[in-house]
Design a protein around this ligand. Sequence first.
Ligand code: TMP
Length: 248
Amino acid sequence: MSGRSDGRDGLFIVFEGVEGAGKSTQIRNVSRRLHENGVDHLLVREPGGTAVGEQARALVLDPRLEMCPESELFLYLTSRAEFVRRLVIPALEHDRLVLADRYELSTFAYQGAARGLDLEPVRAANRLATGGLTADLTILLRIDPERGLGRQSGEADRLESERAEFHQAVARAYDSMAESDPTIVSVVSDAAREDVHELIWRELSVRWPDRFPRDEAHTGNIWSADEFQDRSPASSGEATEATGQEAE
Ligand code: TMP
C-alpha cells in the first residue's frame, strides 16, 4: 500500500504536543508494538537525532543560556535541516516507516505563536530547512498544559521553564492547526497510558492496516519510556534507531 502522495511506500508519522503530553512514551509504545509485529521502522526525535542536531538541542534547551527568538528558531531549523536530509529522506527513499517525536508544527506553535515571530517568514525558513517535506500524519496529543507540566520530572529545560501563558499559547496554536489540517489527528492524552496507546494505534491502523495490524488479542503489555531505554534496539539488535531520552 502506498502511503505517500509521491508514490513511495515510505511513511512519515509525527507525534506532537505540549510538554508532558506523553509523546515520548506513546511513540515508544507504538515502536514497541511495531517490533512485536516485525514492522521495520525508524524512531527519531527533534531537535536531535543527528550529531549536529543533538548539539543544537543541547544549546537551545540549556536553561543557563538566554537567546532571542530568532536564534532559537534557527537552532531548531539547523537541527531540522540535518534531520530531514540525513535521517528522514533516506529512510523514506527506502520505503521505511519513520516515527518522529516532534517536527515543524512545534516550530509554528512555539516560535510562531508562543514567541510571537511572524508566521510567514517562519514558515518560509522552515520550508528551506525541510525542502518541503511534510508528515503523512501528525498525532497531536492533547492535555491541559498546566497538567502536562505537572507531569514533568527533573530539572526544567529552557522551554519548560517558560511562563504558563507561553504554554497556553502553544496549546491553542496546536488546536487551531488541528482544526484546519486533516492530516492532524487529535488524541486526548489525559487518560491511562494503555488507553491512549489503543486510540493512537486505532487511528494508524484504519489508515495503514498493513503496517499497524489490529491484533485483537493484544494484551496491552506496554513499556514505559524508561523500560524502553533498557531494551533499546542497540541492545536487542533490531533495526530501529531510538534517539529520544525523556520519559514525559
Ligand atoms: P522535547 O522535550 O519534546 O524533545 O522537545 C524539546 C523542546 O523544544 C520542547 O520544549 C519543544 C521545543 N521545540 C520548539 O520550541 N520548536 C521546535 O521546532 C521543536 C522541534 C521543539
